[in-house]
Write a protein that binds this ligand. Structure first.
Ligand code: CA
Ligand code: CA
Ligand code: CA
Length: 270
């Protein structure tokens, strides 16, 4: 499972101490139910004691796994509609209780009311209204599921505002058409902002993609056609059939059937 780093912004701006060992500055990040983990790092050295991690409020929704550098944080998948939830993660020196780092987490719900669009439909728009900030600020739709960009086209992939620049931008996300019968699939699109080393969730949209691909049925074979020359010394008669979907549909669908839609029978060239 891939991991999103909390700190840093393309090396251009490091507003927080990336080692997190002094001067606690709050970082913000978000995890999506069932999505990828977010890595929280705390610098350790040989004399470092164990670290004690805690979430406030206490929760069973978040799971974490210790790594050599800190912690990977996951939000568990469920089907309850609970909206966004805020948690404060604190790393302490297990012996002295000294706070080493705090991170504010938002858990993003992927249940509830959604917008329904066709597989060939869209786009979903994100309006970005950016106020002046003294830092580079980047907006992206994160690839929090490994195959997200295989299924979606995002234009532009990143919007960057220079320091002290303000303005309005639009990002589009469009589901890609495919020839796979996958049924209706739910996607959570999130707009993420990185500014001064602080990651935050700007907005999220829940979208149900209605598949336009269906299992079809073959019509019967057509009668054998006339004997025709297909290669220099070879002639054949063909018959064909069509893949159809009979049930009434409000929107156009693409039917898929297993097998060939054309058959050749050799014949004596006329
Ligand atoms: Ca939920
Ligand atoms: Ca399709
Ligand atoms: Ca499909």
């Amino acid at each position: 499972m891939a991991v999103t780093r909390v700190e840093g912004f393309d090396g251009m701006s490091q507003g927080c101490n990336p080692n997190g060992d002094t001067g606690v500055k709050r970082l913000f990040d978000f995890v999506i139910e069932g999505g990828e983990s977010v890595a929280v790092t705390v610098q350790k050295n040989r004399t470092d004691p164990r670290i004690r991690w805690s979430f406030l409020p206490e929760t069973q929704d978040i799971q974490f796994r210790e790594t050599p550098f800190g912690l990977n944080v996951y939000a568990l998948e469920d089907d309850r509609v609970e909206g966004k939830r805020n948690y404060l993660l604190t790393a302490r020196n297990a012996e002295t209780g000294e706070i080493l780092k705090t991170v504010n987490f938002i858990v993003v719900d992927n249940d509830g009311k959604s917008r329904r669009i066709q597989e060939i439909g869209g786009p979903i728009k994100f309006f970005i209204r950016h106020r002046k900030a003294p830092y580079y600020t980047q907006y992206t739709i994160p690839d929090f599921k490994a195959d997200f960009f295989l299924d979606w086209e995002v234009v532009p992939l990143k919007v960057v505002f220079q320091p002290n620049e303000s303005g309005i931008s639009i990002m589009y996300a469009r589901p890609k058409d495919d020839a796979v019968i996958e049924g209706t699939e739910r996607h959570l699109l999130t707009l993420k902002r990185i500014s001064n080393g602080v990651v935050s969730l700007v907005r999220s949209k829940l979208v149900d993609i209605i598949d336009n691909d269906v299992e079809g049925e073959w019509t019967g074979w057509s009668p054998l056609g006339k004997c025709k020359r297909h290669f220099v010394n070879s002639c054949s008669r063909t018959m064909s059939r069509q893949c159809q979907y009979q049930k009434k549909q409000l929107t156009p669908v693409t039917a898929h059937c297993r097998g060939e839609d054309i058959k050749f029978t050799n014949c004596l060239c006329p």
